[in-house]
Design a binder for this molecule. Sequence first.
Ligand code: ADP
Ligand code: MG
Length: 261
Amino acid sequence: MQAPSVVSAKDLCLTYQANDGPVRALSDVNLDVRKGDFVSFIGPSGCGKTTFLRVIADLEKSTSGEISINGMTPAEARKARAYGYVFQAPALYPWRTIENNIALPLEIMGYGGADRTRRIAEALDLVGLSGFEKKFPWQLSGGMQQRASIARALAFDADLLLMDEPFGALDEIVRDHLNEELLKLWARTNKTICFVTHSIPEAVYLSTKIVVMSPRPGRVTDVIDSTLPAERPLDIRDTPEFLEIAHRVREGLRTGHSHEV
Ligand code: ADP
Ligand code: MG
């Protein structure tokens, strides 16, 4: 039996009205994300990856087509706190300690006292930052700051995590490490993850499903179901299976580009 649908998009279109005319950011996107999937969205800058996450999160409205999140509209899903959102830059407030940064959205949502304290401790533990509660963001490395922003998104304990190029600004060694950690976290928590990246190895290493996109207008050119096992040591990246999937992603990206004039 198939796992229940978490994100379902049907013929989803979004056109921005910019000063110099309309921009077709998403064109006829059809996609099913199932519970427990780790889905990566890969494609060149401007192909609508962020826009798609923003539609899921009810930060943008689609122009036509349908989208549902756990069977709800994006507005209902937002009210039900159906997801956590991790932005490209850590976006931590420099004047708040790590624990108070994580506390902020919980405060806004009305979580108080012991419940809030427990959620913060659990989220920090999940990202390996226990002991750093009282530090300020500037006292942490870039990788640790990004972990803290993941902890902030985890603190609601939503089943769905939306991550927009969370490791894009980090060096490769730190990124490798965080990729490994993220896979472990995903396996432990059984969350559904929608992850945006520019990196082919990152997409292939992390995902159960890879969505290849192309720009102008933003479309899905390929959806690849990974054949890699759940258990993935970093050196899986040297195996023929891995390279085969990476090759197919590259082909999908190239096909998308050939539409450009
Ligand atoms: P990606 O995240 O894949 O780089 P985006 O979703 O940010 O792409 O953007 C898709 C397209 O929509 C781009 O051409 C971008 O310039 C355009 N775009 C994004 N946001 C807006 C906006 N608020 N107004 C007008 N155009 C936008
Ligand atoms: Mg983007």
